[in-house]
Ligand binder design. Sequence first.
Ligand code: ACO
Length: 152
Amino acid sequence: MNIRKLGHSEPPPLNLLLLADPSIVFIKDYLNRGDTYIAELNGEIIAAYILLAARPGTCEIVNIAVSEKHQGAGIGRKLLQHAIKLAFQNGNKTLEIGTGNSSIGQLALYQKCGFRITGVDKDFFVRHYKEDIFENEIQCRDMIRLSMDLER
Ligand code: ACO
């Protein structure tokens, strides 16, 4: 598997990015403002993430997705490790990520990779998404904010 930056003229893997976020409006905004990285296996894009400069010294992984047939095989963890290294090499001090209160597996993965919970954006998903979102029989209402200090 090879991870590389998506070229400006290449079409973004929207189907993958929509697995992580049902809002095409948000995704297009992130694609415009951030850098997209893709993971390829035998010429097929199987995973992607978008890294966004949030403010000076801080960037955020605003979307991360692995194709359904490749989930659970350690690829998400590899992408997170790639993003952590890249954010550090780019001189950032902090890397952030956010996910829904109902995203139990994602919350487990991010904490296993070293992210710590810093806050809750209450009712983020209720305010910004037209449709109700349910996962693990829990309504996704709040965004759990996590961050990581990048070591010098
Ligand atoms: N409880 C505890 N641990 C869990 C659970 C759970 N319910 N679910 C998953 N995990 C852990 C696994 O044990 C594993 O840890 P391990 O490596 O120590 O065994 C880890 O989470 C899964 O790791 P990977 O196999 O690397 O994960 P994967 O390749 O499936 O990628 C991802 C994770 C990106 C969340 C993928 O499943 C996906 O694309 N899901 C749909 C889209 C999505 O939800 N994206 C994130 C939205 S938030 C955002 O984009 C910022």
